[in-house]
Write a protein that binds this ligand. Structure first.
Ligand code: FES
Length: 115
């Protein structure tokens, strides 16, 4: 086995939110400049207020390798779903986080990864 499995308290899902900050002079987009930190804080608070703190983990990450020009790149595990979240997607993403039975496709358009 490539690693030793360990139990975690997060029985539902983990949401990884890119909060990477690049200096504007790099000329490259970065999710941190498009609201990644604020998105992470809003969703962490909403998960806690929704009573899912022990089941859902919302974390900030460095660059997830996509670097969208608009919005924030996220990854959802164990769904293995990746996508860009802007103001239009945030409510649907929260609904998925708060409902263990919700498939990612329920109101949320997170495209599968490219093969
Ligand atoms: S800066 Fe967010 S995916 Fe690269």
């Amino acid at each position: 086995m490539a690693f030793r499995p360990v139990p975690t308290p997060f029985t539902h899902r983990q949401l990884q939110i890119c909060t990477n900050q690049r200096a504007p002079e790099t000329g490259k987009p970065s999710c941190g400049r498009h609201g990644g930190v604020e998105l992470r804080e809003r969703l962490k608070r909403a998960v806690k207020e929704g009573g899912k703190r022990g089941a859902v983990q919302v974390i900030g990450t460095s660059c997830l390798g996509v670097c969208p020009a608009e919005g924030v790149m996220v990854g959802l595990l164990p769904d293995h779903a990746w996508g860009v979240v802007g103001p239009d997607e945030e409510a649907a993403l929260l609904a998925v986080l708060l409902n263990p039975e919700a498939p990612v496709g329920a109101g949320l358009s997170l495209p599968p990864p490219e093969p």
